[in-house]
Design a protein around this ligand. Structure first.
Ligand code: SF4
Ligand code: SF4
Length: 417
């Protein structure tokens, strides 16, 4: 990974958090260069909903000059952690670390809560008991898939309450299945495959494609059963200790499986697990980037697949792991694909982990211009390297949304026919 997140060593005590917040916030010279790049500022034109304003709020809190009420907390809470501001900042302000520390700081004081306690507990319960549990989420997904097949998708979305509006309108089947023939050739070594909480649900087609592609390149993909959620929802939701526990669990699972390379299906999880490179000597690679690193001799034969593809670049790919061109490069290696530009591709789609559930109106307003651009392009499919963005886009319109590795696997399988 090019740019491991510094989150793994986030402080946890209030005074230590204040010190860390102050140190990062004082790097900001308040020039405002970042402000027009901020998606939430673009929606409200309110300085407090942009990076410079949020940094000022955090500085005030950390210095004991500002007592945050629900309004102040909301300005901080609605940040998407997209880190578009960080990539354009000439002073090198570590905004991602700053807002994560800020949220951890606010989470320690219930008076600063942006929503009633019962509601906050409900969301935490949903996150901890369903969204971050692969088997449970997989089972719920199968029920949703079944209801969609029998024409009751709309009913299922209504029954799912606030979660329903975040569910995709059209579910895509895995384009490829794991191929035993490819496994027979796997001789270049074993690599770990991280599939996260969504690997048995909305990300299952991409996981199947990743297994096929890895095997076709001559490697054996190993999926340790002890792996779990990457911890991103906790880390960016004010609970860094819980995020760290998830990372430790994953490190132990991959170490026990005897692999030293972890390939991740999804850019947001890659960013979260990046810290394991330094702390546990595990190489962490997003699947698209890993495939691009293969030597020419390792590439399998690819068949032409004639699709018009609208490419979406997730913030986690652009600003967190800092590999903004990886999907494009991989797709350009597949014969027959025509790549189309989505207007405003550099701006967050609004999904942003739990934000799509916590602030659905904000998420949908940010998605609107993308869907309008996609409608104009009329592609055969939209491609995004992050399952959260893919799901959010597919919840807004009847779209086929895939990950780059799915198209590569489709081309590989077509060549083998
Ligand atoms: S975060 Fe960086 S770009 Fe934004 S106001 Fe501060 S110094 Fe300027
Ligand atoms: S992380 Fe994104 S939403 Fe948050 S302040 Fe920076 S640009 Fe705005």
């Amino acid at each position: 990974m090019n740019s491991p997140d510094p989150i793994a060593h986030a402080p946890t005590q209030t005074n230590t958090l204040d010190e860390a917040i102050r140190t990062d916030a004082l790097d900001c010279v308040m020039c405002g260069i970042c402000v027009p790049h901020c998606p939430t500022f673009s929606l409200t034109d309110n300085e407090a909903d942009g990076p410079r304003g949020r940094i000022s709020l955090l500085l005030g809190i950390s210095q004991g000059e500002l007592t945050p009420d629900a309004d102040v907390s909301r300005h901080l809470d609605t940040c998407l952690t997209c880190r578009a501001c960080e990539t354009v900042c000439p002073s090198g302000v570590a905004y991602g670390r700053l807002i994560d520390n800020g949220r951890a700081r606010l989470a320690r004081e219930s008076a600063m809560a942006t929503r009633p306690l019962a509601e906050a507990r409900g969301w935490r319960l949903l996150r901890d008991q369903l969204l971050t549990r692969r088997r449970r989420l997989g089972a719920a997904w199968r029920i949703y898939r079944l209801m969609q097949r029998i024409g009751l998708g709309g009913v299922a979305r209504r029954l799912a309450g606030p979660v329903g509006r975040a569910l995709p309108r059209q579910l895509t089947q895995a384009a490829v299945r794991q191929s035993p023939a490819h496994h027979a050739t796997a001789s270049r070594g074993r690599v770990g495959l991280f599939i996260g909480c969504t690997g048995a649900a909305m990300n299952a087609p991409a996981v199947a494609a990743a297994r096929t592609a890895i095997a076709a390149f001559g490697y054996e993909p190993v999926i340790p059963s002890g792996q779990g959620c990457c911890g991103a929802m906790h880390t960016h939701g004010g609970e860094p200790e819980a995020g760290a526990r998830q990372r430790e669990r994953n490190a132990a699972a991959f170490k026990a499986a005897g692999v030293d390379e972890v390939i991740v299906v999804g850019t947001a999880c890659t960013a979260e697990l990046g810290g394991l490179e330094a702390s546990h000597d595990l190489a962490v690679r997003e699947i698209t980037a890993w495939l691009l690193e293969r030597e020419p001799a390792e590439w399998p034969q690819l068949a032409r697949i004639d699709y018009r593809i609208a490419l979406h670049t997730p913030c986690s790919q652009r600003n967190h792991v800092r590999q903004p061109n990886a999907s494009r490069q991989l797709l350009e290696s597949i014969p027959g694909l025509e790549l189309l530009e989505i207007d405003g591709n550099e701006r967050c789609c609004g999904a942003a982990g739990m934000q799509v559930l916590l602030y659905p109106e904000q998420a949908e307003r940010l998605r609107e211009p993308k869907l309008a651009s996609i409608e104009q392009l009329a592609p055969d499919a939209v491609v995004s390297a992050n399952v959260g963005c893919a799901t959010h886009l597919a919840a807004g319109a009847s779209l086929v949304v895939k990950q780059p590795v799915e198209l590569l696997a489709e081309s590989i399988v077509a060549a083998g026919r």
